[in-house]
Ligand binder design. Structure first.
Ligand code: NAD
Ligand code: LMR
Length: 353
């Protein structure tokens, strides 16, 4: 193999690095906000992903250090760092997938919407550059409030004439990850454990559990469809109320535990990689890749909605139906829709005003 110096002065096996495992061409992925609490573990995990051949790490601070560090990992992807607004467009040129965890996180007492004033502008700037340099990329938006930042991204792309609704996805994977975990590991403190709460005892792995989570990514807009849990389980009303509340407030649980030091970063990086990997597998042509995501949607009357979608070579290929809802879920959905409509409108008018 060719040993060449990379831009950080280290050597890299370039003839291997340009190809992902198995000789198949890999994908080019950019992470915007790569030096942050989510960005760093996310960058590390994407460096391990065999589907990634090139990894661009962009932030307004600290990318030289993070890039140098990650570039020493002996995995296939070539890593390049980009620092500051002047290098943003270079970071994005030719990317297949762009993941955006840039922006400020919550502190105790804040809602995700309290982040709007800062993060809306950040997402706008980043998406303007995406429209210029990689308009065909799949975009995964993590920055909060997701219920508004995804509509902001859509408006920026519409203005630039590059909007493809299939390629813009708000990441709600952490809600699914939490739901899958909580339905197994919750031995309800207030209730006697029912038969399905014995799942842990029965040896079920959370990765074999599937709870669809629909709506959006904030408070009551996060709607776990516990009636559709797989493997099938039935919960009592009290259990449903307890689990729904815990899933809806999982983010706040972490924010409070971190006591001012930010919000979920490690579980989010895990969830973001799980979601990005699904996008890449679908881009590569794998069939039947289905995930929940917050997207431009026809599932309800709302313009954006999180639900199960089938991913393909062009992004979202198909919306899966919501399926039969329980009375509790139907009522919760109506409440979620009201809040979602306001958040979407706030994002849209931020760009249109
Ligand atoms: P953090 O403060 O640790 O990191 C954010 C990073 O963004 C920092 O490195 C910062 O320098 C960078 N940044 C700021 N402005 C930028 C710009 N203009 N361009 C590029 N980078 C910029 O925060 P974090 O904990 O990593 O969280 C990041 C965002 O993700 C927050 O908005 C948080 O609410 C959100 N989040 C979303 C989910 C979800 O499920 N979608 C989960 C957790 C956190
Ligand atoms: C989460 O769900 O953990 C994130 O949206 C971060 C937050 O502010 O709760």
């Amino acid at each position: 193999p060719n040993l060449k110096m990379n831009e950080h002065g280290g050597s890299s096996l370039t003839s291997f690095n340009c190809r992902a495992k198995g000789g198949a061409p890999g994908f080019k992925v950019a992470i915007l906000g790569a030096a942050g609490g989510i960005g760093q573990p996310l960058s590390m995990l994407m460096k391990i992903n065999p589907l990634v051949s090139v990894l661009h790490l962009y932030d307004v601070v600290n990318t030289p250090g993070v890039t140098s560090d990650i570039s020493h990992m002996d995995t296939g992807a070539v890593v390049r760092g980009f620092l500051g607004q002047n290098q943003l467009e270079d970071a994005l040129t030719g990317m297949d997938l762009v993941i955006i965890p840039a922006g400020v996180p919550r502190k105790p007492g804040m809602t995700r919407d309290d982040l709007f004033n800062i993060n809306a502008g950040i997402v706008k700037t980043l998406c303007e550059a995406i429209a210029k340099r990689c308009p065909k990329a799949i975009v995964n938006v993590i920055s909060n409030p997701v219920n508004s930042t995804v509509p902001i991204a859509a408006e920026v792309f519409k203005r630039a004439g590059t909007y493809d609704p299939k390629r813009l996805l708000g990441v709600t994977m952490l809600d699914v990850v939490r739901a899958n975990t909580f339905v197994l590991s919750c031995t309800l403190p207030i209730l006697p454990a029912g038969p399905k709460m014995q799942a842990e005892v029965l040896g079920l792995d959370p990765r074999d559990v599937d709870v669809p989570v629909v709506g959006g990514h904030a408070g009551i807009t996060i709607l776990p469809l516990l009636s559709q849990v797989k493997p099938h389980s039935s919960f009592t009303t009290k259990e449903i109320e307890y689990l729904t509340d815990r899933i809806q407030n999982g983010g706040t649980e972490v924010v409070e535990a971190k006591a001012g030091a930010g919000s979920a970063t490690l579980s989010m990086a895990y969830a973001a990689v799980k979601f990005a990997d699904a996008c890449l597998r679908a881009l590569k042509g794998e069939a039947n890749v289905i995930q929940c995501a917050y997207v431009d949607s026809q599932v309800t009357e709302l313009p954006f909605f999180a639900s199960k979608v089938r991913l393909g070579r062009d992004g979202v290929e198909e919306f899966l139906p919501l399926g039969p809802l329980s009375d509790y879920e139907r009522a919760s959905l109506e409440k979620a829709k009201k809040e979602l409509a306001t958040s979407v409108e706030k994002g849209v008018s931020f760009i249109r005003k």
